[in-house]
Write a new protein. Structure first.
Length: 630
């Protein structure tokens, strides 16, 4: 093997090994894999100089962003994308235009760049990182949350904005006034988009159907890669970003019956290449630039993130979004993005500003990416329940037979039962967003915290015969219960508990009734499961009731003797339907008759019967006290 090949393989091994170690370590200590990949790139590149081709690795790693956008497109059907139009062309457009203009003005005033250079700097820094934003949302499981969808909408418009920004660079270059739009290129771009739409709408599904009929997994894998890379390359030739092409292809395959197969095939490449992209960012950091202009970069990156976060927060609020959503989106998208690398390097080649300026800007972008996990963590800390949007506490008309504290999913069902029975309920909740949502369905909910004595009194607790505490956090529930037991000891307390230990602690507090939030739904689910497996309704009901009674008995024993009491109740055997055995003496059997019976053999001893694949099986009945309790 030649020396060059050995060097290439060594770099691959270093990249894989460094990424694995750093990502695992950073994930274990709670900093996330993104920061781990960045750290691995910085150590292997600028510090130890084990790998030097940071820009080449970064360009390969950008395919991870392409695959990521394709998978996102698979999850977004056209009707769902249409539902996000206000955030895409409202919040997204406003963010790019306002942030870009203000950052351009700051570049002109602070640095003294000319008009064209200031525009490039301002709008280049206004774009956030799609790779970082989506990856962090995905890691936290927040992609489909409201703030996740809002952040994605802004990122999607930013990707669209890259096209006109790149197209403007020749006109901003020295002597750019002589540049002209190329009508051929414009027609080609429009034709490429139309071709991708037609192929995605009418040809992809039939083609995948033909390839799937071949039964070769590698064919489907190759087809998935071909679709992603082919659409990305077509969009790049048309002047758009590769990620945008993959995203469009994904959208048109979202309704395909092969969507899950495509996602499963692409996902490993997406994860590997996206990790390579973040390592490439770390490798591309120029320590000499940091050394010469370190104070500028170390000052500019945090100031940029603060300015962008403030602007994004204000824009989200202006479009009617809640404080919680606005703060999460603002801290997630405060960094500059990977498209800044492209804009600034292209601007330097067009002589819009010196190459040294481009290096400083790239370093600022890279440092802002490094700080992104920290800003996202800070956003979660700032978004605390105690710091939610405030409403005026008005209790006109409050005071009913039942005071219900907490109107989350559990509380909503409880309220439905009470209202359906004709019982008046005063509902108290501290979530502004939940209150406004409930009001659209005709519920009257009072804003206030159940841990405050004055709020409880204003809500009519002295008139209530019963208080139902349905809050969804254990610590909040405990504080409400302690407050009521201390200040209003004669009120009957019915409380939603979190788990068994919480139930025992609530009983120790003297509540009148508690129920674990999942116990009845789990019993119902288990009952339906054994019915589906062939256990007769009557026996299934008795099994569920036996489990319920054993659980109640064990809870009482634990209340008296401690959490570990009653463990022997967990080890009894369950009723298990068994295959037919030879009829025992004393049992009446009806066996297959020679005159052409139906082929089923039934033991008529009253045992539970289940049908499996056209046959009837009877299990010996066990005594109910042999049923297990979990």
């Amino acid at each position: 093997m030649e020396h060059g090949s050995i060097a290439i393989f060594l770099e691959v091994v270093l990249l894989l090994g460094g990424g694995i170690v750093a990502a695992t370590l950073f994930k274990r200590i709670g900093l996330g894999t993104v920061l781990g990949y960045l750290a691995a790139g910085i150590v292997m590149g600028p510090i130890l100089r084990l790998i030097g081709e940071g820009e080449q690795i970064l360009s390969i790693g950008e395919l991870g962003v392409v695959f990521l956008l394709f998978i996102i497109g698979l999850e977004l059907k056209l009707d769902r994308l249409w539902a996000l139009r206000r955030q895409i062309f409202g919040t997204g457009l406003a963010q790019v235009m306002i942030s870009g203009a203000l950052l351009a003005a700051a570049a002109d005033l602070v640095i003294g760049l000319d008009f064209g250079a200031s525009l490039v700097v301002g709008y280049g820094l206004a774009l956030s990182s799609t790779a970082f934003g989506i990856q962090l949302l995905d890691e936290a499981g927040e992609t489909n949350t409201r703030h996740g969808q809002a952040a994605f909408s802004v990122l999607l418009f930013q990707d669209l904005a890259v096209v006109p920004l790149l197209a403007l660079l020749p006109f901003l270059a020295p002597g750019g006034g002589e540049a002209e739009f190329d009508p051929v290129q414009i027609l080609f771009s429009l034709g490429a988009v139309a071709a991708l739409v037609v192929v995605g709408r009418y040809l992809l599904n039939p083609l995948f159907r033909i390839m799937a009929s071949a039964g070769a997994r590698e064919v489907m894998l190759g087809a998935a890669l071909f679709v992603v890379l082919g659409s990305a390359m077509l969009m790049q030739l048309a002047g758009f970003s590769m990620a945008m092409g993959a995203f469009i292809a994904g959208i048109f395959l979202a309704d395909s019956s092969y969507r899950h197969e495509l996602e499963a095939n692409i996902e490993p490449f997406r994860g590997l290449l996206l990790g390579l992209f973040f390592i490439g960012v770390g490798l591309s950091i120029d320590l000499s630039v940091l050394q010469n202009f370190g104070w500028i970069i170390l000052t500019a990156a945090p100031l940029l993130m603060l300015a962008k976060a403030g602007l994004i927060y204000g824009i989200c609020r202006a479009f009617g979004d809640s404080h919680s959503l606005s703060i999460r989106v603002a801290t997630l998208l405060a960094q500059a993005g990977e498209f800044g690398f492209v804009l600034f390097s292209t601007a330097a080649s067009e002589k819009i500003f010196p190459a040294e300026t481009a290096s400083i800007l790239v370093a600022i972008v890279s440092l802002s990416m490094v700080l992104t996990p920290l800003s996202t963590w800070l956003g979660r800390k700032l978004d605390k329940p105690g710091q939610e949007e405030e409403m005026e506490e008005t209790f006109d008309g409050a005071g009913s037979e039942v005071l219900l504290v907490g109107f989350s999913r559990f509380g909503q069902i409880v309220a439905q039962v009470l209202l359906s029975s004709g019982i008046d309920v005063t509902i108290l909740d501290s979530s502004v967003e939940r209150i406004r949502t409930a009001e659209r369905f005709g519920f009257r909910i009072y804003f206030g915290s159940g841990v405050r004595k004055d709020v409880l009194e204003a809500a009519g607790i002295r008139k209530a015969g019963l208080v139902a505490v349905c809050t969804n956090k254990r610590e909040t529930t405990d504080r409400v219960v302690d407050m009521i037991r201390s200040e209003f000891p004669n009120v009957r307390l019915y409380v939603r508990s979190y788990d068994r230990s919480h139930a025992l602690s609530l009983r120790a507090r003297g509540v009148d009734y508690e129920i674990r939030e999942t116990v009845e739904s789990a019993l119902s689910f288990g009952g339906e499961t054994i019915r589906a497996l062939g256990v007769e309704d009557d026996l299934a009901s008795r099994i569920v009731e036996d489990v319920r009674s054993r659980d109640t008995a064990r809870l009482k024993l634990q209340e008296a003797e401690g959490i570990y009491a009653g463990s022997d109740m967990m080890t009894t055997r369950v009723v298990t339907p068994e295959p037919l055995v030879k009829p025992r003496p004393g049992l009446h059997a009806v066996e297959k008759m020679p005159d052409g019976g139906d082929g089923d053999s039934i033991i008529d001893d009253g045992a539970p019967k289940r049908r499996r694949r056209g046959r009837l099986f009877a299990g010996r009945r066990r005594r109910p006290d042999r049923v297990a309790s979990r």
